[in-house]
Design a protein around this ligand. Structure first.
Ligand code: UDP
Length: 324
C-alpha cells in the first residue's frame, strides 16, 4: 500500500494493539502500521475476519497475532501488556454479519470498548475507536455532518450495530471527559477494496462477483438508494492522520463524498467487468438507509485529508483482485 502521508507525519516505532486485525480494514491497517515501523499485536476472533487476510504477515518480526474473542473479556496477554497506541476495529460490520451475531456485536462494541478504554487509561495509550456512518441511521440531513445527531431505529434490524457504535462513542467521550483518556473516534462510511469478505453480502463484492460469473446482479429495492464509496487506501490514510492529530477527541467522518445510486453502481460494475449479467430487483432489507453521504469539511480542515482515488480506479483495482 502506498501510504502517501505528509513528510511531517510522526515517525513512531512504538507498540500498538490492533483489534480486528484479520478483518478487511484491520488487515490493511496492520500492513500500514508495519510499514511505518511499528510493533503490532493484532487480535481477532476470526468470526468475521479471516486468517487469509493476514497470512502474508505470518513470521513478520514485528507482528504478533492473538486469536481471542474480546466479547468474552481481554485475554491476559493483552490486559497485562503495555501499548502506546490502541486501535479498536473489532466488530462485525456488514448488515449480514451483525444481524447474524447481534449479542456479540453489542458486546464487542460496548463491553470490549469499555475494557480497552480502561487499558488505554492504565498504559496512558492513545486509543482510536472505529465508529460508523450508521450512527446517522436513515439520515434526514444530507450530506451528514458530524454535528447531526442521526435518525436511528433503536429496536430495528440494524440497532445492534447502530446503537452499539453510538454507545462506543458515548463511552469514548465519557472516559475522555472524566479520566482524560486520549481518544479518537472515526465515523467510517462505506469502504471497499481487496480483502472485503466475498460472502458477507456487501454491495460492491456482491456486484463484482455476480458480474464476473455472468449471474444476475441483485439490486435490492429499486436501486435509487445511495451510498458513497471510499477506496480502502484513502480510508486507511484518514485513520493514520486522525490518530496522530492532536486533541481530536470529537468524531470525524472519513468517507468519500461522491454519492452513487445502487442501480448506477450495478451498471458501472457490469460495464467495467464486460459482463452479460442481467440486473434483477430483490426485496429491500428493513431499515436500509435511503441516502448516505459524508460531509468531510472537518477531515479536510483538521487533517488535510480527502480521498484521492476515484471510484473508477478503486473499482478497477477491486475487480482485478476478485478476478484473481
Ligand atoms: N445492496 C444491493 N444488492 C446487494 C447488496 C446490497 O442492492 O447484493 C444494497 C443494499 O440494499 C444497500 C446498499 O446496497 O442499500 C449497501 O449495502 P451494504 O450491505 O454494502 O452496506 P450498508 O451501506 O447498507 O451497510
Amino acid at each position: 500500500m502506498k501510504l502517501d502521508l505528509p513528510s511531517t507525519y510522526p515517525n513512531r516505532s512504538g507498540r500498538v494493539l490492533l483489534t480486528g486485525a484479520a478483518g478487511f480494514l484491520g488487515s490493511h491497517l496492520a500492513d500500514a502500521l508495519l510499514e511505518l515501523g511499528q510493533h503490532v499485536t493484532g487480535v481477532d476472533s476470526l468470526t468475521t475476519g479471516s486468517r487469509g487476510n493476514i497470512a502474508h504477515l505470518e513470521g513478520h518480526e514485528r507482528f504478533t497475532f492473538v486469536q481471542a474473542d474480546l466479547a468474552a473479556g481481554l485475554p491476559p496477554a493483552i490486559a497485562h501488556a503495555s501499548f502506546d497506541r490502541i486501535w479498536h476495529l473489532a466488530s462485525p460490520a456488514s448488515p449480514i454479519g451483525y444481524v447474524r451475531r447481534q449479542v456479540l456485536t453489542l458486546k464487542v462494541n460496548a463491553l470490549a470498548t469499555m475494557e480497552l478504554l480502561e487499558l488505554a487509561g492504565r498504559c496512558a495509550a492513545r486509543i482510536f475507536l472505529a465508529s460508523t456512518s450508521e450512527c446517522y441511521g436513515d439520515p434526514l440531513e444530507h450530506p451528514q455532518k458530524e454535528t447531526y445527531w442521526g435518525h436511528v431505529n433503536p429496536v430495528g434490524m440494524r440497532s445492534m450495530y447502530d446503537e452499539g457504535k453510538r454507545f462506543l462513542e458515548a463511552a469514548a467521550m465519557a472516559y475522555h471527559r472524566e479520566q482524560n483518556v486520549d481518544t479518537r473516534i472515526v465515523r467510517i462510511f462505506n469502504t471497499y477494496g481487496p480483502r472485503l469478505a466475498a460472502n458477507d453480502g456487501r454491495v460492491v463484492t456482491n456486484f463484482i462477483q455476480q458480474a464476473l460469473a455472468n449471474q444476475p446482479i441483485t439490486v435490492q429495492g429499486d436501486g435509487s438508494q445511495t451510498r458513497s464509496l471510499c477506496y480502502v487506501d484513502d480510508e486507511i490514510r484518514g485513520f493514520l492522520l486522525l490518530m496522530e492529530s492532536p486533541d481530536a477527541h470529537m468524531p470525524v467522518n472519513i468517507g468519500n463524498p461522491q454519492e452513487v445510486s445502487v442501480l448506477e453502481l450495478a451498471r458501472e460494475i457490469r460495464d467495467m467487468v464486460g459482463s452479460t449479467s442481467p440486473i434483477v430487483h430483490t426485496a429491500l432489507p428493513p431499515d436500509d438507509p435511503k441516502r448516505r453521504c459524508p460531509d468531510i469539511s472537518l477531515a479536510r480542515k483538521l487533517l488535510g485529508w480527502e480521498p484521492k482515488i476515484p471510484r473508477q480506479e478503486g473499482l478497477r483495482r477491486t475487480i482485478a483482485f476478485y478476478r484473481r
